[in-house]
Write a new protein. Structure first.
Length: 458
């Protein structure tokens, strides 16, 4: 800067005060601004990293919620050894086996009329007539004004009875039509009949209304519907066909849900540890988040708690089931969980109720005995994710630091502007002085050149 000033003086040129002032001010600003921006970047990186930790912990918490839900884990499954019945669990049935034989299904009435040449053909010379339709023992008389089978069908359907009437083309060439009348309900009490002058139209019953005949545990019972809800408490039976003989419907504990929940927990834990390894690893210029928390003691404490909790004893342990390792969950040397499916399967076969109690803290009678392994784990995560927990407080701290650093940047900008103004004023004064000196110099040179000399060269 001094060289530029001297050069300006020696070259007899004016100084650029604004340019020199800006260069000096920026020179003072650059290192301070760089330090503040580095701190802002560090805070913003920590916010992003902890945001990822929070999101991953929420996902992990979801897997724990499934593992801690005793009502969902303690479910039953119903199976049938024959395809004639499809059982569905609709309540809380008792485990057991039940013998069945389906001798007949519940059916509805089906009536078909004699054929006529056209669905619009007049059956009574255009004159109206009455028909009696009996459904479930109640008879209703309908007056037919359109004396075609189409008119009869429309009148029956408009009456609001538990009956459906349909015109069916019976001949491929369209030369014959019949009226099909069907009851919408099944069972003997839902029988349907149609009475009318046979000279107008006659009907034949192709299927009668009848109850389903079922042999249940050696006792013959009858039901008016093919969906049976009152034979096995908590189980609905859908009758599909007549059986070829006796078969068994079984109700057992559905341990597949426990297996799925345990597998989901293991997978979710390992995904969480993959993220933690990335955030706790060596920094990488290609991805700022890699290694973003490798020097963060708070993050290390969070990770340590989560890892150690896997090896904690359940407060609702039984004689053979105390730790997650007792149901096949073990920690590898790499800090990942692995599941021994055989150990889990055997534990569920031996005593699925004790497995669920160890995990959830609830016994088979629906009485809470403690937190359970999954419950204690979930409570720890809830505390971590609380607004005053280790995650949120760290995010808030870094957000506060970032805001304060933004204020520092603004203050630095104001301070540098004041410095610039001071330099500008100083260099402006200097420039004025230099201009005055240059003017004096030029005046002296002119005066000296005009002085008279007594001796001149010849």
């Amino acid at each position: 800067m001094a060289v530029n000033l001297l050069t300006s003086l020696n070259s007899n040129s004016d100084i650029d005060p604004a340019s020199l002032a800006r260069q000096l001010a920026d020179a003072e600003k650059a290192p301070r601004e760089e330090r503040i921006n580095a701190k802002i970047a560090s805070s913003e990186l920590a916010i992003s990293a902890y945001g990822m930790v929070k999101s991953a912990l929420l996902t992990f918490q979801t897997s724990l919620s499934v593992l801690d839900d005793q009502s969902a884990l303690r479910t039953k499954a119903a199976t049938s050894s024959d395809s004639s019945v499809v059982p569905f669990v609709t309540g809380n049935p008792t485990t057991g086996s039940y013998t069945f034989e389906i001798d007949s299904l519940a059916t509805s009435t089906r009536l078909v009329s004699e054929s006529v040449a056209s669905q619009a053909a007049m059956l009574n010379g255009g004159a109206s007539f009455d028909i009696d339709v009996t459904v479930e023992g109640i008879t209703q008389t309908l007056t037919i004004t359109d004396d075609s089978i189409r008119g009869i069908a429309e009148a029956i359907n408009a009456a609001g009875l538990n009956v459906e009437a349909t015109v069916v083309q019976t001949a491929a060439d369209g030369s014959a039509f019949s009226l099909l009348v069907s009851g919408t309900g099944t069972g003997a009490d839902a029988a349907v009949s149609v009475s009318m002058d046979a000279s107008i139209l006659s009907f034949t019953e192709t299927q009668s209304a009848a109850d389903a005949e079922i042999v249940f545990n050696g006792v013959t019972v009858y039901r008016d519907d093919n969906v049976v809800t009152d034979l096995i408490d908590g189980v609905t039976l859908a009758l599909d066909s007549v059986s070829s003989g006796e078969f068994v419907v079984s109700v057992d504990d559905d341990t597949s849900l426990v297996s799925d929940a345990v597998s989901g927990f293991v997978a979710s834990f390992n995904e969480l540890m993959d993220l933690f390894d990335a955030l706790d690893g060596e920094p990488d210029t290609a991805d700022d988040l890699l290694g973003a928390l490798n020097a963060d003691a708070n993050f290390r404490r969070i990770r340590s708690k989560i890892e150690n909790k896997v090896m904690s004893v359940s407060d609702t342990a039984s004689t053979d089931l105390s730790y997650l390792s007792d149901i096949g969950i073990r920690m590898t040397r790499e800090g990942r969980l692995e599941l021994d499916d055989d150990v889990l399967s055997n534990a569920l076969i031996d005593d699925s109720d004790s497995v669920i109690t160890m995990l959830t803290g609830w016994d088979a009678d629906g009485v809470e005995q403690g937190e359970g392994a999954a419950g204690a784990y979930e409570d720890m995560l809830i505390e971590m994710l609380d607004l005053e927990g280790a995650i949120e407080t760290r995010i808030v701290l870094n957000e506060t630091q970032a805001r304060e650093l933004d204020l520092d940047l603004a203050e630095l900008e104001e301070r540098i502007e004041r410095i610039y103004e001071r330099y500008l004023m100083q260099f402006t004064i200097m420039n004025t002085l230099v201009s005055q000196l240059n003017a004096t110099k030029d005046s002296l040179i002119t005066q000296l050149e005009n002085l008279p000399f007594t001796r001149k060269n010849n």
